[in-house]
Design a protein around this ligand. Structure first.
Ligand SMILES: [Zn+2]
Length: 93
């Protein structure tokens, strides 16, 4: 086992690279990577984030679609005409 093979960028104007100080724990395509830089783990992490974002987007879309739909149903209803407007809101969400 050797150190992680990834070179880390210093960023900025005078960009330099230094080797990742972590121990290589995972071998991918003949190279050692630490837990942070292993391509398989990075891919898995990204997939997880993407999945979460997709789900959130879906929920958001659903929320707005539902709102749009409800407003169609509620067309012609004036909230000032409702005695129990507050109650309707509370029972809704
Ligand atoms: Zn590393």
């Amino acid at each position: 086992m050797s150190n992680c093979c990834v070179k880390i960028s210093s960023g900025g104007y005078l960009e330099r690279f230094h080797p990742c100080p972590n121990q290589g724990k995972y071998q991918t395509a003949g190279k050692w990577y630490c837990g942070m830089h292993d391509p398989k783990r990075i891919a898995a992490r990204r997939a997880k984030i993407r999945e979460k974002l997709d789900k959130e987007r879906e929920q958001r879309t659903e929320y707005y679609k539902r709102k749009e739909m409800l407003s169609v149903f509620a067309e012609g209803i004036q909230t000032k005409d409702l005695d129990n407007y507050e109650l309707v809101l509370k029972s809704g969400h």
